[in-house]
Design a protein around this ligand. Structure first.
Ligand code: ZN
Ligand code: ZN
Length: 347
């Protein structure tokens, strides 16, 4: 093999398959992998529709995709303990490993993290790629390639719980039942939450939340989710509210449904940079507002949860397309939110 197929985003709405050379291992700690399954993320859709996310702008053709499982083909001489044939999930951001943030363990806050499919770093909608071995995590034998490609979104759910400090006995509300909400819901149970409450406006997604273990589901189009949470918690509110929908309305709901001294974690991405928050309420009820940016040290726990059957990822995978049909796959994510959760492509 000398060439491979890769899907390049040339500009807004312009995604094309091209034939490019297969990459070669360039550093002793790298591995060459064959990509087996890649999920389409909301961020891929933002780049496809707007050509940018915040300050990250698509200036030259870029390969999107950062949620992947792959088979190891070749390993460099310093590629840790990996060997050809290993099945791995790749963590898509590689920090500098040297700054104070990296050394303290919060490497997602490193100032220089080349991240797959964030300009100018290419992503995974292609057949082969090279990557540092210490950001490849071996998958359990029982996991399918599709489940392996769900480790990245599950890692976001894990990070949300790590940031919230979810612990045994907690009651946790998850606002928004998209791919991240539904992984966060299950991660919370994995961290010991005793009761989870899920809110959304789509019955299809609420049914999935119920199937995946939510004790209470609230259709926010029909009932007030804050009142429903208070009713389900003897008027106290939840210990933790994980906001994954990325709207002003759901952020305000999360603030109103958290108990005194609880934690609100902002996971969902917003289209507006600023809006008003109930600042006196934050002060007087002394709850914490915490952000989540990607993840750190979350792939290990995510894979452990999958290996121990503490999470179910298969029900989230609603569509799979061959790489050649990537445009059809993007169409499903953009236009069929009431019927799809995670759409993947297989090179
Ligand atoms: Zn993602
Ligand atoms: Zn760093």
């Amino acid at each position: 093999m000398t060439t491979m197929k890769a899907a390049f985003l040339h500009g807004i709405g312009d995604l094309r398959l091209e034939e490019i050379p297969v990459p070669q291992i360039a550093a002793p700690d790298e591995i060459l992998v064959r990509v087996k399954a890649v999920g389409i993320c909301g961020s891929d859709i933002h780049f496809f529709e707007d050509g940018r996310i915040g300050t990250y702008v698509v200036k030259k053709p870029i390969i999107l995709g950062h949620e992947l499982a792959a088979e190891v083909l070749e390993v460099g001489p310093e590629a840790a303990d990996l060997k050809p044939g290993d099945r791995v999930a790749l963590e898509p951001g590689v920090p500098c490993r040297k700054c104070s943030f990296c050394k303290s363990g919060r490497y997602n806050l490193c100032a220089t993290v080349p991240f797959m499919d964030t300009p100018p770093t290419d992503g995974a909608f292609r057949e082969y790629l090279t990557w540092p071995a210490d950001f490849a995590f071996r998958l359990p034998d029982s996991a399918s390639w599709e489940e392996g490609a769900m480790i990245e979104p599950l890692a976001v759910g894990v990070q949300a719980c790590q940031r919230a400090g979810v612990t045994g006995g907690d009651t946790v509300a998850v606002l928004g039942c998209g791919p991240i909400g539904l992984t966060a819901l299950q991660a919370a149970a994995g961290f010991g939450a005793m009761k989870t409450i899920a809110t959304d406006v789509m019955p299809f997604r609420l049914n999935l939340a119920k199937e995946l273990g939510a004790a209470v589901v609230v259709n926010a189009a029909q009932a007030d989710p804050v009142q429903a949470v208070l009713d389900a918690t003897r008027g106290e509110g939840v210990d933790v509210a994980l906001e994954t929908a990325g709207t002003e309305r759901t952020v305000r709901q999360a603030c109103a449904m958290v108990r005194r001294g609880g934690v609100v974690v902002l996971v969902g991405m917003h289209t507006q940079d600023e809006f008003a928050i109930p600042v006196m309420d934050v002060i007087c009820r002394e709850y914490d507002l915490r952000g989540v940016f990607r993840y750190c040290n979350a792939f290990g726990p995510a894979i452990a949860m999958l290996a121990a059957n503490r999470v179910r990822l298969k029900p989230l995978m609603t569509h799979v397309f061959p790489l050649e049909q990537i445009n059809a796959a993007f169409d499903v994510v953009r236009k069929q939110k009431d019927r799809s959760i995670k759409v993947q492509v297989r090179p």
